[in-house]
Design a protein around this ligand. Structure first.
Ligand SMILES: NC(=O)C1=CN([C@@H]2O[C@H](COP(=O)(O)OP(=O)(O)OC[C@H]3O[C@@H](n4cnc5c(N)ncnc54)[C@H](O)[C@@H]3O)[C@@H](O)[C@H]2O)C=CC1
Ligand SMILES: CC(C)c1ccc(C(=O)O)c(O)c1O
Length: 246
């Protein structure tokens, strides 16, 4: 059976690495992002033939975009088994200076998007009796964050909880819902948040002494997406170089 996966925020960074590892594992991959042009460029880089890749605009703050992306994917490929809710943003505003509007915007993009994605895609997956959803959390959601903003950390903590809730709801329908919680991964986002001057201090604080690798996150998600991974659901998979100990 053809295996189709959709990744949000897949034009760059971890999202692109996840899409690339799924592609290498034989999946047909829908690369979605806020910008159609950037999604198209990423799709072209992954599969110039365009046979096993589709680029879509999917603004994760917009429920109608999730619904449209599901409809277009089903129309084009006839199935959709895997959703990776990856898109997010971070802002490093000190907690006492975060406005309610800024707090809402981070929660909407990082957390409400996961809620909506699990609802829309989970409903389809439950109807067909099979599916795999992976939500991108963060170590910051577990330890309150250090380099990251308070709203970012709170938004990621809520993803762990939502993952458990949707896992329980969908378990009997053949749908698993798991989260991955990375610590700092070598990616545009980490370099945007941690200046070159502060990077040495950050590396010194990571027990394994180096940043994580985006391809490994992709490979972990390939494993969680397998039919054989039916017995892990509601779990948060930590990938943090031992930083949880600090
Ligand atoms: N890079 C890291 O060290 C870590 C990343 N993470 C998580 O991994 C995920 C990916 O992170 P990175 O690749 O580093 O981020 P990134 O900032 O490099 O990429 C995020 C992608 O999301 C897209 N995006 C932004 N707003 C969007 C919207 N409204 N709708 C759809 N797409 C949108 C951006 O265009 C971009 O392509 C995020 O959930 C992040 O919180 C978690 C822990 C560590
Ligand atoms: C790159 C993102 C914002 C990031 C950076 C640092 C940490 C950490 O030190 O724990 C994270 O968990 C992140 O998600």
């Amino acid at each position: 059976m053809k295996q189709i996966a959709l990744v949000t925020g897949a034009a760059q960074g971890l999202g692109y690495a996840i899409a690339a590892r799924l592609f290498a594992a034989g999946y047909t991959v829908v690369i979605s992002d806020l910008s159609l042009e950037r999604a198209q460029a990423a799709a072209e880089a992954l599969d110039a033939s365009g046979e096993r890749v589709l680029a879509l605009k999917l603004d994760v703050t917009n429920k109608a975009d999730f619904e449209a992306a599901l409809a277009v994917t089903l129309e084009r490929f006839g199935a959709l088994q895997v959703l990776v809710n990856n898109a997010a943003m971070t802002m490093t505003t000190p907690v006492m200076q975060i406005s309610p509007e800024e707090f809402d915007s981070v929660m909407s993009l990082n957390t409400r998007s996961i809620f909506v994605g699990c609802q829309v895609f989970g409903t389809h997956m439950a109807a067909v009796g099979y599916g795999r959803i992976v939500n991108m959390a963060s170590l910051a959601g577990q330890n309150g964050g250090t380099a990251t903003g308070a709203h970012y950390a709170a938004s990621k903590g809520a993803i762990v909880t939502l993952t458990k809730i949707f896992a329980k709801e969908l378990a009997a329908s053949g749908v698993t819902v798991n989260a991955v919680a990375p610590g700092p991964i070598d990616s545009p986002m980490v370099h945007a948040v941690v200046s070159p001057e502060r990077m040495g201090g950050m590396l010194a604080n990571i027990p394994v002494g180096r940043l994580g690798n985006a391809d490994f996150i992709g490979d972990l998600i390939v494993q969680l997406a397998r039919p054989e991974a039916y017995f892990t659901t509601g779990a948060t998979w930590d990938v943090n170089g031992g930083l949880f100990m600090r």
